[in-house]
Design a protein around this ligand. Structure first.
Ligand code: NAD
Length: 366
């Protein structure tokens, strides 16, 4: 029998800094919202894109029925929401409605919306509660869990932000029904990443039935979401502010981010991460750290899901430059998370330039 909902705790309830919360996962679990908001909240700003308008209206009705005063703030779609101008428009709504510290923000949408809503909550009155309601697979398994919030500036993505753990996260899998299939598949790259760095059962589940893994209403996908959230919850519980362990979640991202930059963000994040995972597996193998069969498994499991395994072969200088600019680079030394074994991440610092380029040659051969 499948439980109606699964709750995964993040953070330690006894942590004096606070910040412990639950992630509720299931189909039709939006009714968990009042409980996660808490009894003290009087007004709620629901930040959402146009695509989620009807869900936002339902949330508004439910909140009002529960005695909370709801406000809706429709923001531009996707990355267009993550600007200082849109943030300022949310502040205006909060100011005009007289939001105080006992009021809250709800982020309803994909990762772009939850990033904006989270930063809006982090910055209003130096921090009011936020409950995140991610409606994309990427939002559920990555963006909405962990407390990183932020917006973009003309100079780059996510350059302004704050760590602001939510009061709770609701992953209502029913929302995935309307998500474009390509977006769902792309987000599975992050799920597979969790499998390689921390929970190998994820890989077994995908390999056993790849078709079920990409079906929005399957028990398999639900299992994968729960497992991925559990991985992220474990990691961020031990490293809220990204001082060390959290780095493992960046597996495959150094090259992936470089592909995104070179493609001027016209490529889905998950697709770029998929290529980044294959790249770092090859790099780890060439450096003598990652066993060859484990490197090969990256290609097979990502390939089963229909994710890209390679990238065009004429972009090396631009990719190398982008990797050198990566936020995770220290000084001039490129750092990668690589795998010594399945679920045994290690750090590879300053690999030989020849290895970096050889790994690129191997992913551009596809
Ligand atoms: N804070 C973090 O830790 C973190 C981690 C990873 C990614 N991110 C951020 O997340 C963002 C990417 O998230 P994303 O992939 O969810 O993209 P997104 O938020 O841009 O959403 C993608 C598209 O899907 C639409 N959409 C959302 N829910 C839908 C639904 N249920 N049905 C149909 N359409 C729907 C959106 O309107 C949008 O057009 C980036 O801004 C990235 O920087 C943040």
């Amino acid at each position: 029998m499948t439980l109606a909902s699964t709750t995964i705790p993040v953070g330690r309830p006894d942590d004096p800094a606070g910040g412990a919360y639950d992630v509720v996962i299931g189909h039709g679990v939006l009714d968990a919202l009042p409980g996660l908001l808490g009894d003290d909240v009087r007004r709620v700003l629901v930040v959402h894109p146009r695509t989620l308008r009807s869900t936002a209206e339902n949330v508004r009705a439910d909140l009002a029925a529960g005695g909370v005063r709801p406000y809706l703030c429709e923001v531009p779609d996707a990355e267009d929401a993550k600007t200082v101008e849109v943030l300022a428009s949310c502040w205006s709504v909060l100011g005009q409605a007289g939001f105080t510290r006992t009021d809250a923000v709800v982020g309803l949408g994909g990762g772009a919306t939850t990033d904006l809503a989270g930063f809006c909550a982090a910055s209003w009155l130096r921090g009011v509660p936020v409950v995140q309601v991610p409606t994309t697979l990427l939002g559920m398994v990555d963006a909405a869990v962990g407390g990183k919030t932020g917006i973009n500036t003309p100079e780059g993505k996510n350059l302004v932000g704050a760590f602001h753990p939510p009061r709770g996260v609701i992953c209502d899998l029913t929302a995935l029904r309307t998500l474009p299939h390509a977006d769902l598949v792309a987000a599975l790259a992050e799920v597979v990443k969790c499998g390689f760095v921390a929970d190998p059962v994820i890989l077994d589940v995908v390999e056993a039935d790849p078709a079920a893994a990409v079906a929005w209403d399957s028990d398999t996908l639900r299992d994968l979401v729960e497992r991925s959230v559990a991985v992220k919850a474990r990691v961020v519980t031990d490293d809220l502010r990204e001082s060390g362990l959290r780095e493992i979640l960046n597996y495959g991202h150094t090259f992936g981010h470089a592909v995104e930059q070179v493609e001027r963000f016209r490529r889905r994040h998950g697709e770029a991460v998929s290529v980044g995972l294959v790249y770092v597996a090859e790099l780890g193998r060439l450096a003598g750290v990652t066993p060859a069969p484990l490197a090969g498994r990256h290609r097979s499991v990502l390939g089963e899901l229909g994710l890209p395994l390679g990238y065009r072969g004429d972009r090396w200088p631009a990719l190398l430059q982008a990797m050198r600019r990566d936020k995770k680079t220290r000084g001039d030394v490129l750092r990668f998370v690589v795998l010594e074994e399945l679920a045994r991440p290690a750090r590879l610092e300053g690999p030989e330039p020849g290895l970096l380029e050889e790994a690129y040659r191997l992913v551009s051969a596809d």
